[in-house]
Design a protein around this ligand. Structure first.
Ligand code: MLT
Length: 280
């Protein structure tokens, strides 16, 4: 799948390397605009719209994209596709092979982190460094899967508006909601822009993802773990435990930010990223 990709600049300028930014759910590559605009000299940023999101089509349900019959429990119906993290990771692998001169730094936020873990499992040779933002290595609890099933039902019956209304308070810190109306609007617009079949397919894919916790001690590249100090979905304590389990990892807690730390406090996020890239 040829992913529609937002880029910071031409390939020729990337003498230091490339960072591939993988967006969260249910967003798209435009969420990384503040990072693409501030790439350190010599680094190129690539932010794809994952399959089904933004300007990349969902494609058909053939090949490695399972149908709900096989994966995703009761979330996707038998005739609905499931976007497995493996499928999304294979698309990112294709992008790295086509667009980068060698392995890339992979930066995934939340679902993007789940995709990064899948890429690490499937194509570790494509990863030169790992930035894990507001994400977790574990798989879903039963309660989380139930919530995903309810979200899929709501989207099918009532559309994306109630999904956006329910998600925004959990995604953004109170200070962002009070003081950054543009960020709130951007997040809402990305959610509303997500097609319902993509939403359902990704919910089922996330619900069926592997538990990557036992793989953390084997991560052989330097890692940066980033988390918003008010992240209500993947809290600071989880990020700290993940950092402790990775042999070469540093933790940066981003002030005045919730789950979307790269959008809520891009200055602090970019400073942490810059320092990390400088140390590679
Ligand atoms: C995300 O931001 O990607 C979501 O919170 C991931 C999830 O629902 O597990």
């Amino acid at each position: 799948m040829n992913l529609h990709t937002h880029e910071s600049g031409p390939r020729e300028q990337a003498d230091q390397g490339a960072v591939v930014f993988i967006h969260g759910f249910p967003f798209n590559g435009t969420m990384w605009a503040p990072q693409l605009a501030a790439m350190p000299p010599g680094w190129r940023g690539l932010a794809p719209d994952l399959r089904g999101f933004g300007d990349t089509p969902l494609g058909d349900a053939s090949g490695q994209m399972s149908t709900g019959k096989k994966v995703g429990g009761r979330i996707a119906r038998a005739d609905e596709p499931v976007l497995t993290m493996a499928r999304l990771a294979d698309d990112v692998a294709e992008l790295i092979e086509a667009e980068c001169d060698g392995p890339a730094v992979v930066c995934g936020l939340s679902m993007g982190g789940y995709v990064a873990f899948a890429l690490l499992r499937r194509r570790p040779e494509l990863i030169r460094g790992l930035v894990l933002a507001d994400t977790r290595p574990g798989s879903d609890s039963d309660e989380k899967r139930e919530n995903r099933m309810r979200m899929a039902q709501t989207a099918r019956s009532a559309g994306m508006r109630p999904i956006a209304d329910a998600m925004v308070p959990d995604l953004l810190a109170e200070s962002t909601r009070d003081n950054a109306p543009d960020t709130v609007d951007t997040v809402q617009a990305m959610i509303l822009d997500t097609p319902i079949p993509t939403l359902v397919a990704a919910l089922a894919g996330m619900a069926s993802r592997h538990d990557s916790t036992s793989a953390l001690p084997d991560i052989a590249v330097p890692a940066l773990v980033v988390v918003g100090e008010h992240d209500a979905i993947t809290p600071v304590d989880d990020a700290r435990a993940m950092t402790d389990a990775i042999p070469d990892a540093d933790l940066h807690v981003i002030p005045d930010a919730g789950h979307l730390s790269s959008m809520e406090n891009p200055e602090a996020f970019n400073a942490a990223l810059r320092e990390y890239l400088g140390g590679l």
